[in-house]
Write a protein that binds this ligand. Structure first.
Ligand SMILES: Cc1ncc(COP(=O)(O)O)c(C=O)c1O
Length: 435
């Protein structure tokens, strides 16, 4: 890895370091490389072949169970029977594009929109978080007449041409385009004023190049930046500054959305903010590919006056059935409450571990960041994060890293995670650090 963290490369399998690979696995890896080529990324020093999953656990080809503390897609639990049934039933009845009336799709839109504050009352359904962010940026440019975007410095927002420009962590060799400015993640005890000052400086810098600011876009839990959740409300000054200058605020809820932070469904709500546009993805269909954009009707109308928007698969009936089942499970199984109570317990216990190589532990609900540091200097210790990730895998726990230096464990299990799952994790991380 270069000096810069490339979020998509963290914990990436490296064929150059695969000396004692079992023969069968080595052959499979060669085949994979031959078919998928350079864009194929696998996790771990020794990749795993997964065959099934249920709840918080995944099972590999050898029948080994792993506790999944990584996954933000099957967020109500892997292969949740209710979601699986909803998908199967709808797929057996009707699955079409989005230009016919359909009651499942209408029911989903109404139910999802009822969870948003006024004036966010229109939904556009897409298939991925990237598509959602791409559309949100285009709406923002159309509504404001401005071109500039402000993002955090290790942000990842997706993979379209435009969205890649606002994803500094995906750019390996160059900086984002000239219409983008990045600001440091909001770290420290009281990050609000410094974050707002950085955003103002970024707007001034854009302005100096003749570019007005269209948008401040953040992942409202700052996942790839290293997870920054507290204190609630710290985003307000920065958002106000952008609005004062005629810009909009986009809350990217692809990671924190659908209950993960343990305080309602949406990460932005913890900050006491109503965004201009909200984008969603990953957990929305618990593995069924779906995403969405929620915004004000006048903004969407303005955009649609300029540009036709059609999405063949976005909002198909099977996606809507999956989405409805996900919202039902979150409510009926009390998963927001579970994220809050188990998450609070988990953070407290992690803070109590007293291992000298553990630095700060931050987070909200079941989204927790744990920094590894060099005990002597306090500097971020990325090699230790990589070591811990691979050792924890050997002990049956799947976990990933994030942050500017790649030294933060990104603890993000399905929302049905239990206290005993947390205890297993605590025990394992302690043993790994003791060696
Ligand atoms: C915060 C955030 N936004 C957007 C995306 C893009 O979503 P997708 O991969 O579904 O296009 C991601 C994916 O990791 C993400 O983490």
């Amino acid at each position: 890895m270069s000096g810069k963290t490339e979020i998509l490369d963290l914990n990436r399998f490296d064929p150059r370091k695969s000396a004692d690979m079992p023969v069968e696995l080595a052959e499979r890896l060669d085949k994979r490389a031959a078919t998928f080529g350079a864009s194929s990324v696998l996790f771990y020093e020794q990749p795993i072949e997964m065959v099934s999953a249920q709840g918080c656990y995944m099972v590999d080809r050898q029948g080994r169970r792993y506790l999944d503390v990584y996954n933000n897609v099957p967020s109500v639990g892997h292969c949740h029977p209710r979601v699986v049934e909803a998908i199967a039933k709808q797929a057996a009845v009707l699955n079409i594009h989005t230009r016919y009336l359909n009651r499942v799709v209408e029911a989903y839109a109404e139910r999802l929109l009822s969870t948003f504050p006024t004036p966010l009352s229109n939904l556009v359904m897409t298939c991925t978080g990237s598509e959602s962010n791409d559309l949100a940026l285009r709406i923002a440019r159309c509504v404001t007449g401005a071109e500039g975007f402000i993002v955090t410095e290790t942000a990842y927002h997706g993979n379209t041409a435009l969205v890649t420009e606002i994803s500094p962590s995906a750019l390996k060799r160059r900086k984002p385009a000239g219409f983008v400015r990045s600001v440091p993640a909001p770290s420290g005890e009281a990050p609000g004023p410094a974050f707002a000052a950085a955003v103002k400086a970024a707007m001034a810098d854009l302005e100096a190049q003749g570019i007005k600011t269209a948008v401040l876009i953040v992942d409202s839990i700052f996942s790839s930046d290293g997870i920054y959740a507290d204190p609630p409300g710290f985003l307000q000054d920065a958002v106000q500054a952008v609005r004062d200058a005629g810009g909009l605020f986009i809350a990217d809820e692809v990671q924190p959305g659908f209950g993960r932070t343990g305080h309602g469904l949406w990460g932005f709500a913890r900050h006491g903010l109503v965004p201009d546009i909200v984008t969603m993805g990953k957990p929305m269909g618990n593995g069924f590919p779906m995403g969405g954009v929620v915004t004000r009707p006048d903004f969407l109308a303005r955009f649609c006056e300029e540009t036709g928007y059609f999405n063949t698969f976005g909002g198909n009936p099977v996606a809507a059935a999956a989405g409805l089942a996900v919202l039902g499970v979150i409510e009926e199984e009390g998963l927001i409450e579970n994220a809050r109570t188990v998450g609070t317990y988990f953070i407290e216990q992690l803070r109590g571990l007293k291992a000298e190589r553990i630095g700060e532990v931050r987070g909200a609900g079941l989204f927790i960041g744990l920094d590894f540091v060099d005990p002597a200097s306090g500097a971020p210790d990325a090699p230790l994060a990589t070591h811990a990730i691979n050792e924890m895998k050997k002990a049956g726990i799947l976990i990933g890293a994030a942050g500017k230096h790649g030294a933060t464990l990104k603890i993000r299990p399905p929302l049905c995670f239990s206290r005993s799952d947390a205890d297993y994790f605590l025990d394992t991380v302690s043993k790994v650090l003791a060696h």
